[in-house]
Design a protein around this ligand. Structure first.
Ligand SMILES: Nc1ncnc2c1ncn2[C@@H]1O[C@H](COP(=O)(O)OP(=O)(O)OP(=O)(O)O)[C@@H](O)[C@H]1O
Ligand SMILES: [Mg+2]
Length: 302
């Protein structure tokens, strides 16, 4: 590979920056394309940490690429290429974008998060404890934290510009996206989750829940967009240590969270630096997730 560069923030002179998320920087490439650049930023407890995680952006990008290809029999997607050398010259001028960027079709985004849950954790667990339901789905009584659900459920949420997304019922979801699109998004999200979760489990990873986004392309077709089935958009757990009744260690952020819990830090920005051994262990976890899921070694490919 061509020298490792950790990147906390991308800069491209010739392209308009549309958006900086917690992890990804989004640029416009002409009228109809976007460049999604995954940096090496890591967030924990909703704060961006100052220490970049080597190879993280590359893992997120390569995993999304892997899933887009694997799921292409279920849905079309926005990916044009993740191969840096195939990108327009305006992109190739910034070497820092290599191995971390996806060139995609720009779509009109449905303003909702299509969440699918196979296990009970996070806001789903909170809602269940308070009401016995998630997004209107009645669930059996006495389920434990992180327990596998009888079947995966679709639990959409709003896409809040700031603050936390809010879970909505399927009726509210349909009112936002329209009845016809609602049915398509729901059934596609469930099919993708079921296929991916079954495959991941055969490779030792539980995908407890995940979030998809969809958009409409210029022909009016609904396609899968954003990142897919990465540790940033999903809860990944190691299947061999899974035990319901308590929180599960996060596959990727376990060491970071455990380290941060030992500090006297109030979990408000600014977040503290990570020691080199914790950052290194986190890199190893991202590389491991990629290796387990794809059966390939990322660094050998670059
Ligand atoms: N093909 C596409 N067309 C149009 N917009 C897209 C496409 N793919 C992704 N996006 C948008 O790009 C943005 C990526 O932002 P990103 O996820 O990095 O940050 P965020 O959602 O604001 O915050 P967070 O970092 O918490 O996820 C999202 O708003 C997503 O909807
Ligand atoms: Mg996002």
């Amino acid at each position: 590979m061509t020298g490792v560069l950790t990147v906390s923030e991308t800069k491209i002179e010739d392209l308009p920056l549309l958006h900086r998320g917690k992890v990804r920087d989004v640029y416009a490439v002409g009228e109809n394309l976007l460049l999604l650049a995954a940096t090496d930023r890591l967030s924990a407890f909703d704060c961006i940490l100052p220490t970049p995680i080597e190879h993280k952006g590359a893992v997120l990008t390569a995993l999304s690429e892997f899933w887009f290809a694997r799921l292409s029999n279920i849905t079309e997607n926005h990916l044009i290429t993740a191969d840096f050398d195939q990108m327009p010259e305006s992109v190739r001028r910034s070497e820092m974008l290599r191995n971390r960027s996806m060139l995609v079709k720009r779509t009109k985004v449905f303003p909702v998060e299509c969440v699918v849950r196979g296990y009970l954790e996070g806001s789903g667990w909170k809602d269940y404890q308070a009401t016995g339901k998630i997004c209107g789905h009645e669930l059996p009584p006495n389920l434990q934290q992180c327990e596998r659900l009888p079947q995966p459920i679709f639990t959409p949420s709003t896409k809040a510009a700031a603050g936390h997304d809010e879970n909505i019922t399927e009726a509210q979801f349909a009112a936002i996206v329209g009845t016809e699109a609602a049915e398509h998004l729901r059934s596609t999200a469930l099919r993708i989750y079921e296929e991916a979760a079954r495959y991941a489990l055969s490779r030792g990873i539980i995908i407890a829940d995940t979030k998809f986004e969809f958009g409409t392309d210029e022909d009016g077709k609904i396609i899968l967009i954003d990142e897919v089935l990465t540790p940033d958009s999903s809860r990944f757990w190691a299947a061999d240590t899974y035990a319901p009744g308590k929180a599960q260690p996060s596959f990727d952020k376990q060491f970071v969270r455990e380290y941060l819990e030992t500090l006297d830090w109030n979990k408000q920005p600014p977040a503290p630096e990570l020691p080199a051994n914790i950052a290194r262990a986190t890199t190893e976890r991202y590389l491991k997730a990629y290796e387990l899921l794809t059966g390939k070694t990322l660094l050998a490919e670059q």
